[in-house]
Design a protein around this ligand. Structure first.
Ligand SMILES: Cc1cc2nc3c(=O)[nH]c(=O)nc-3n(C[C@H](O)[C@H](O)[C@H](O)COP(=O)(O)OP(=O)(O)OC[C@H]3O[C@@H](n4cnc5c(N)ncnc54)[C@H](O)[C@@H]3O)c2cc1C
Ligand code: SF4
Length: 508
């Protein structure tokens, strides 16, 4: 059953074989695996239990409901926005459904650096196949391209740049384009609909509106989790929940997992937890066309351009992925260039705008620390090499938009840089400084803050997700990656959830 603040009317003590904190791409498959093996499971989820009818397609209603800090989460200096979801299903409620498994080159790199004895290529590939089957992943086709993605495809092809259709986990999609606000048509095969549904059908208890405050420990053993039920609107603490469990799995995301572990005072001799955050940061370049594109309609990200991305050959230093990007008016307004009349001029062209986002497989190392009882504090600014990748991405994005017929292109700096012809694009290289607070940098893929490795001196968890310095404490979410993975992480995260879930079952 799934319970929320409306149902929990007093303090509670629960017992289970396994307590999972977080119900997103990492936590949901862990819960499903444990239940399938006959184990009793309690899942604690800070966000609400939303149904399709709750997804109103209105930005001002859905951002506060579906995103931590109402969608306003950012680094401490506010220079990088960090969007992370909340709700039963985690960030998979509002994500774009794009499915790419971990590139094998990245796994090989991890194995060379960190061993990862329980995760070889064959095991990983089998996990990705299993996840894709369970999520009903299919390859999109030309019929699925909206105008924004068609612009990317046509521009890239005109320049001879490589790319291709993406794979997505959607069934019965109406192409409404509201994915990032939650799907009112229940077309997403996400963590809630697939893995949480399986876990609940098998007897798992899911407590929504329930924030884990600390993992309780007795020496090297985790004994459970202390949590509070909070009012979903005011955040007021309503009741205390104590879960006593034989094992604990923290799957609260790459920012909240390290914060919870630190708050719990787990042994961390090398002070590693949270010290190695990657964000896969992105920005956007926009263009106005002489025809209506209505870029917010249709499937949001159906085609990718890989001109600047080669994760196989590191010597090429091509680490920038180019993807169509768009949103609804508030989202676009927050990214578009300039202020006042300048900004209004761009917004008046909303129907005729297309945009491309470069996202960087970042080498920059940031950090995340706990803030108060529930919050996170993020320090991160892309280093010069990563900013150079973003700059190249903006330049090639501009070139693609012009090749697709854009009338004018804007790089959304606080003083916007506009170009109207391909000849002008090259000079952009020298005129995009990428300075803090001068350009919108947004991250939707935080990762690698509690990373795996065989050596407890240089990593936090083993390659089955077990925390090195405790016997029965596990991590299963994007925190586990030793580096950025350079692509969207949901398939890798679901797969790690299955992998860690099986490892936990073997210990119970
Ligand atoms: C706008 C957007 C679009 C995206 N699009 C894609 C895409 O198309 N393809 C893709 O592969 N990836 C996409 N992603 C990323 C992907 O959804 C995430 O990487 C993935 O869901 C991360 O899984 P996770 O388990 O680490 O965290 P999450 O899925 O975020 O789940 C963590 C859960 O833990 C809960 N939690 C946090 N703290 C606590 C606490 N103290 N107590 C209890 N619960 C807690 C959170 O509320 C949340 O529900 C997107 C992300 C965003 C923000
Ligand atoms: S585009 Fe498809 S998956 Fe996205 S909200 Fe609309 S119907 Fe749902």
């Amino acid at each position: 059953m799934i319970f929320g603040a409306d149902h929990v009317r007093s303090d509670r003590v629960l017992e289970a074989d396994l307590c999972v904190v977080g119900s997103g791409a990492g936590g949901a498959p862990v819960a499903a695996e444990a239940v399938a093996a006959g184990k009793s499971v309690v899942v604690l989820e800070a966000g609400r239990f939303w149904r399709p009818k709750d997804f109103t397609q209105l930005e001002h209603e859905m951002f506060p409901r579906l995103f931590h800090e109402k969608g306003g989460r950012a680094t401490r200096d506010k220079a990088v926005k960090v969007h992370q979801g909340k709700g039963v299903g985690g960030s998979t409620l509002h994500n774009i459904n794009l499915c790419k498994p971990l590139p094998m080159a990245i796994l090989r790199h991890w194995k060379a650096e960190h061993g990862l004895e329980a995760l070889d290529e064959a095991t990983a590939t089998a996990l990705f196949d299993e996840v894709e089957t369970r999520l009903g992943v299919t390859t999109l086709t030309d019929n699925d391209l909206n105008h924004n993605n068609r612009v990317l495809k046509e521009g890239a092809e005109a320049l001879g740049y490589p790319g291709g259709f993406l794979r997505h986990n959607r069934t019965g999609c109406m192409g409404s384009g509201f994915c990032e606000l939650g799907c009112p048509f229940d077309a997403k095969n996400n963590a809630l609909k697939v893995f949480i549904a399986d876990a609940v059908a098998g007897g798992a208890t899911v407590l929504a509106d329930t924030w884990a405050v600390r993992v309780t420990l007795d020496g090297r053993r985790a004994t459970g989790v202390e949590a509070v039920v909070r009012h979903p609107d005011t955040g007021a603490t309503l009741h205390r929940v104590t879960v006593k469990a034989k094992a604990v799995c923290v799957s609260a995301s790459a920012t909240a997992t390290p914060s919870l572990l630190r708050r719990s005072g787990v042994d961390d001799p090398g002070a590693l937890i949270g010290s190695r955050l990657h964000l896969h940061p992105g920005t956007a370049v926009a263009a106005v066309f002489d025809r209506d594109l209505d870029s917010w309609q249709g499937i949001p990200q159906s085609w990718e351009c890989t001109e600047l991305l080669d994760l196989e050959d590191e010597s090429k230093d091509l680490r920038c992925w180019l993807i169509a990007a768009f949103a609804h008016p508030a989202g676009v307004g927050s990214i578009l260039a300039g202020f006042g009349a300048d900004h209004a001029r761009w917004m008046k062209d909303f129907k005729r705008i297309a945009a491309i986002s470069p996202m960087v497989h970042d080498h920059t190392v940031g950090r995340v620390d706990p803030r108060g009882d529930f919050g996170v504090s993020i320090d991160y600014w892309p280093d010069e090499a990563d900013r150079a990748q973003l700059r190249r991405g903006l330049v090639e994005g501009a070139r693609i938009l012009l090749a697709a017929g854009a009338a004018r292109v804007v790089v959304p700096l606080s003083t916007p840089v506009e170009v109207t012809s391909a000849d002008e694009v090259d000079r952009l290289i020298g005129s995009i400084p990428i300075e803090r607070h001068d350009i919108d940098i947004t991250a939707v893929h935080p990762m690698s803050s509690v990373w795996m490795g065989d050596d407890p001196a240089t990593s936090c968890c083993d390659s089955r997700g077990r925390y090195h310095h405790a016997d029965n404490l596990f991590v299963a979410d994007t925190s586990l990656y030793p580096t950025s993975i350079g692509i969207p992480p949901q398939i890798t995260t679901y797969a790690m959830g299955l992998h860690v879930g099986r490892a936990i079952v073997a210990t119970l």
